[in-house]
Design a protein around this ligand. Structure first.
Ligand code: SF4
Length: 438
């Protein structure tokens, strides 16, 4: 399935730890990106340490693929010396590029290590061609485009400055703020998104509250609940100067979600992005699971291969992405301002929509035909499951499951550790089991 990808756009996947990195590469990524502890905007991601980053670089290079290391904090003075020392250590392990934001630190990196490519992080918010030109003249090799751009704007940037690589996000979470340049988390939780410690405060369960408590509680006390609903779908916010614009607000038993962006999914727009001059498709999600890394890599790999073969878009790729946990999808700003379809007011968490991952393959014994799986969610004998590998999908009924002592098990729950499961076919080195839930 995985073609020779020379001259095709690069498929770039997140690698939050070694397991996710291996899954992403096995299921079709050409390249991965991983955070340098303390200096990337995912400092809560604890998957890599200095030693394991070297292991990650070596593993990726052995497969003939690329790895970029993320050092995209905006450093305060206190962090500069530590950052530069870390830069020296990182240069030794030979990554294919550094993803950075801070102009001063970028100029230091270019001066000290001119042979290491610098990719300008989306956090630097490049939104016009003069900025692209500025960074190209400074020596930056690739611009990771701001997520708030229309396809036409990207094409225009490429027309004006064709001799620089353009990378675009195609999948994953989006901030309600300008590509994460936001202080909501800092104000509410003293954890600054610009220092890599965002707590996703924009997605918290906000209440429409008077000082007495929830607006619902207040209104229920005064008049019957049904009469408080002025529009069929629920409450709306209005602003005095814009009477005609009703911003819908839904409050469930947890609260309401005023600033919760849907997730980006641009799998149907890949040909347009290629035309606009994008050479690297990036998936967001270093803190997401190995299953997410594998399934997004698999779907986008197939979509890119179809473009290369001149085939039309295959809706199965979208269905597979729909099966993943998400805050529901939007195509972001690529074709229009997503004003009326950009937010998920319904809930603040990522929900799995059609499938649930139940196991991750750890090893396979050809003699017995049993695969050892880490159990992620409940499985029981008789359950209909789907085996997913980089090349195949196969439905089967779970008939035999044993614990590591070889004792038959009827049911196993997530967190139960590893179990042996009788496979319907050879699963290869990398595979997942999942269950259809709707
Ligand atoms: S609080 Fe929300 S909008 Fe702000 S940086 Fe974090 S995820 Fe982005």
């Amino acid at each position: 399935m995985i073609k020779n990808t020379v001259n095709l756009p690069e498929l770039l996947l997140p690698a939050g730890d070694m397991e996710k990195l291996k899954a992403a590469l096995a299921f079709g990524a050409d390249a991965v990106y991983a955070g340098v502890p303390k200096y990337s905007l995912r400092t809560r991601e604890i998957g890599f340490r200095q030693e394991t980053l070297k292991e990650a670089v070596d593993y990726t290079h052995k497969l003939g693929k690329k790895i970029y290391l993320v050092m995209n904090i905006y450093a305060h003075n206190l962090k500069v010396n530590g950052f530069l020392k870390e830069l020296d250590r990182i240069a030794e392990i030979n990554p294919d590029g550094l993803i950075m934001s801070d102009p001063g630190l970028i100029s230091q990196a270019l001066k000290r290590y001119p042979h290491i490519a610098v990719h300008l992080s989306t956090q630097a918010n490049t939104t016009n061609w003069t900025t692209v030109k500025f960074w190209r003249d400074l020596g930056v090799k690739r611009i990771i485009l701001s997520r708030e751009l229309h396809l036409d704007e990207i094409a225009d940037m490429h027309r004006h400055v064709p001799d620089i690589e353009l990378e675009a996000f195609v999948h994953g979470a989006i901030c309600i703020a300008y590509s994460g340049r936001c202080l909501i988390s800092n104000y509410l939780n003293h954890r600054d998104a610009n220092q890599g410690t965002c707590t996703n405060s924009c997605r918290w369960e906000y209440k429409l509250a008077y000082d007495k408590g929830s607006i619902l509680d207040v209104e229920k006390e005064q008049i019957p609940f049904e009469k408080t609903i002025s529009i069929p779908d629920g409450f709306s916010l209005t602003e005095p100067k814009r009477h005609d614009e009703k911003m819908p607000v839904f409050e469930d038993e947890h609260g309401t979600y005023l600033m919760n962006s849907r997730d980006l999914c641009a799998v149907e727009l890949l040909p347009d992005l290629v035309k606009a001059g994008v050479v690297s498709f990036k998936v967001e999600g270093r803190t997401k699971s190995a299953y997410y890394a594998a399934m997004t890599a698999r779907s986008y790999r197939r979509a890119i291969n179809d473009i290369a073969d001149g085939k039309p878009f295959n809706p199965e790729n979208l269905r597979d992405l729909m099966a993943l946990s998400s805050r529901t999808y939007t195509t972001g700003f690529y074709t229009r301002n997503p004003r009326h379809f950009g937010e998920n007011f319904g809930d603040g968490y990522s929900a799995g929509h059609t499938h649930r991952v139940t196991g991750i393959l750890k090893s396979y014994d050809e003699k017995t035909g049993m695969g050892e799986f880490e159990i992620k969610n409940r499985m029981n004998i008789g359950m209909e499951l789907e085996l997913i590998t980089p090349d195949n999908k196969m439905n089967f009924t779970l008939q035999t499951m044993k614990n590591l002592h070889g004792v038959d098990v009827h049911e196993a729950h997530g967190g139960a550790g590893n179990m042996y499961i009788l496979m319907p076919c050879y699963p290869g080195d990398h595979a997942f089991l999942r269950q259809k839930i709707i």
